[in-house]
Design a protein around this ligand. Sequence first.
Ligand SMILES: Cc1ncc(COP(=O)(O)O)c(C=O)c1O
Length: 309
Amino acid sequence: MQHDASKHLVYISGEMFPPAEAKISVFDSAVTLGDTMTESTRTFGHEPFKLERHIERLYNSLKVSRINPGLTPEEIAAITLQVLEENLPHVPSDEDVWIVHNISRGTGALAADPTQQRSPATVIIHTAPLILSDWAGFYTEGCHAVTPFSRAIPTQSLDARIKNRSRLAYTLAEAEVKLVDPAAQSVILDTDGNVTENKGGNFFIYADGALKTPHARGALAGISRETALELAEGLGIPTQVTDFQPYDIYTADEAFFTSTPYCIMPATKFNGLPVGDGRVGPVTQRLLQAWGELVGLDIAAQAQRHLEA
Ligand SMILES: Cc1ncc(COP(=O)(O)O)c(C=O)c1O
């Protein structure tokens, strides 16, 4: 069975559309202001993973950004499951999907006061094939983590916990690291030189016998980050949420990123130097294995099948 993305229906503010007809106004605040709140959830074996946590985070982003979605979390959850149910028949049994939420302030924000919500919010819920080929090689080889020269937007200016679609800072950081190595993955520092996160993932090191990740003060409180910490605790691996700097990555035993699509992406090189012995380490492997057991799926094998396709 072929995964035909053109069959995935898209929900927009109360109606379902085929992808080619899924359109929003050029006057939508998603376009004019980029003030769209967002979530990306994935399925494992066609079951959504931690959907309620994603919806909770979405409602926190909506509250802080003062967007009224016009629907309760329960209503959004029910619509999300309907969209998924509608689209899963087009998904091969060994593949999974993204479930994406994008909610903007709606049309009419182009007036003098952009905070006024003059129309109902634009609520978009869609699914998409979870194509993992860009990350698949990293499960065995590890990726090259690189620090861009641009720093993270200070959390005093825009709290990184608001999961929003204004992605320019992340995209520029990613463009900068790709000048160093076209396959590099960014590790963005804050203005004090502390590690924050990646354009779409959180960052961890294993050093001095503990798994360490930066505070969610300057990074999105990733749901995969939370899962990695829970799995580590279950495996008896000490965890620390703490500030650290590039020096700590150079001298760590292991390093990896976490994010919804790939779960754990090992990093075996940092700014040109090997992390630890330059191979994917045992703690990273144990965590990936435990994650696979939690969701009943060989996560790396599923991604690696995309390399063969
Ligand atoms: C900036 C940023 N950091 C971290 C993450 C990881 O979050 P999660 O694990 O919830 O996918 C994301 C996810 O998209 C992100 O956009």
